[in-house]
Design a protein around this ligand. Sequence first.
Ligand code: FEO
Ligand code: CA
Ligand code: CA
Length: 635
Amino acid sequence: MNHDNNNQTPDELSFDDFDELVNPTAETTDFDRVVEAAMSRRDLLKSVVAFGSIAALGGYNVLSNDAHAASSRMAFTPISADTADTISLPEGYKSHVVVRWGDPLWSGVPEFDHATRGTAASQEKAFGDNIDGMDVFAVGDKTVIVVNNEYSNRKVMWGNRPDGKPANDDDVLKIKMAHGLTIAEIAETDGTWGVVKDSPYNRRVTPDTPTTITGPAAGHDLMKTAADPTGTTSLGTFNNCGNGRTPWGTYLACEENFNGYFSAEDEKHKVSPELKRYGVSAKDWGYQFARVDERFDVAKHPNEPNRLGFVVEVDPSQPDAKPKKRSALGRFKHENAEMVVNGDGRIVVYMGDDERGEFLYRYVSNGYYAVGGETDSLMEDGKLYVAKFHDNGAGEWIELTPESTGLASMAEVCIHTRIGASAVGATTMDRPEWVASNPNAAEVYCALTNNKNRGIKPNAGGDLTPAAGPNPRAENHYGQIVRWRPNGSDHTSSGFAWDLYVLAGNPEVYNDARAGSSNVDASNMFNSPDGLKFDDNGILWIQTDGNYSNEKDFAGQGNNQMLASDPATGEIKRFLVGPNECEVTGLTWSADKRTLFVGIQHPGERGGSHWPEGGDSVPRSAVLAVQREDGGRVV
Ligand code: FEO
Ligand code: CA
Ligand code: CA
């Protein structure tokens, strides 16, 4: 979801701008904005790439694409930025569409109809909209892909209506059914991947699919509703953004901007301060779910939003199993869930809360993972921490408990997690998006996508957001990637060392901190890093969800894109550019690493794309398969 575009009408507000509209925070004047003004690019870069092999090479100044071209582990010729309504790839690469929004998963379901964009009934049996996180699983000898369908563009979905508004209840139900997850068997035939219709593994998980609430919050009074007096079974999951996967073969779908789906008939209805912290209000983002489903009326069902904002575990090998909401991992606007098996066998999950000035979290299981062993308890019984970054390059994980937060119980910590994290003085971040762990080192990276409020406004909880530490630039339009190394290479340790891996920027427009770090130049610049994942060779793939205006601050940066980066050298090379008005998000690999699956989300969100079918067609979010023309490993 692009959260930071300009020139949007109120009807098209990004989720973040919507949050601020319904829960405005005052501009403050007590920030030390002089810090930013005084910070030269040189000073800032001293803090960048402070550890690692780059330092060993004698400093970051050795970094440049030229210097490393000969020895690059990324064997492709980087491509230029562009603004074409197509997929651009390096020479020697090709791509095809695996599955698109509205493609049927079963025989007898009608093909996508460009004139009507389908019905609720057809959508429920077809691939969902706006792809985000995804992963591929081997189930027996089958390949099963699990994909988040994060949200839907009203302008596209209801674009067949003269006023772009739902004409009837079915239009609302259709957009509801475009949300959730799509699970589908896929197969490669003569080099081309496609969905295997009618596979027993094909499944849609929608906002109406029953899920089990597990962990400390299960059964708490705050989780009980009229329809579920036990507080243990909620309907559905939606606005699933990034994802994670477990070593035991399950998928983690992460609920992000769940607040914008709730509304109240009485527009003056005041929600509780706890709901307000999560951006819930009497006004929804525009889907009008409450019109067709009363549980989305927050005045009537004030606990319903407490049942969202979780990491949801789904087993792709068990199409009938209920998804499990893992409350032990906290409740916030989850981006992704990067799971690491620590050296001692404990499970560690790193997670960002993507909203301006929110926090970075870590979960550590109390139990130990054993192959083939029981895993539910690993996801239900553990400790939750929030990150505090110090300006000297050190950081600490602060455990969230009733004692440390002042909340009444661990259940409340897992429901009002943001409030607990504010209470312990966690570091407000520039919108933590995906977290990725380096398979070759005890080292973790997080995309901090951007934050126009940095140094300007507190977060939704009133916590100050000074330009400092890993968030060094006020009014941060470009974003950065922070990384940390746990002390003793132990992911459960309480301390870590951090630095900035890359500061995105535009060296063609600025020569101060906004130019970015020295591993950014005119040939590889980008804004708003979001999707982040390592491949098995330890190459870090970076996907962007940024401003694609290609002008002013963003001149020369073109459409959203995907880049590859080598943490051993800091080198960054542009690999893929997406079609117009899209976000590039979600990636995974086939078992043989010959196919890289990439998500193209919201092409034409403002009416400027007809990708992938061209002509006058409706733009459709799609999973792309990227391959080398010679059939070798992708990289
Ligand atoms: Fe759904 Fe934080 O992006
Ligand atoms: Ca994202
Ligand atoms: Ca984003």
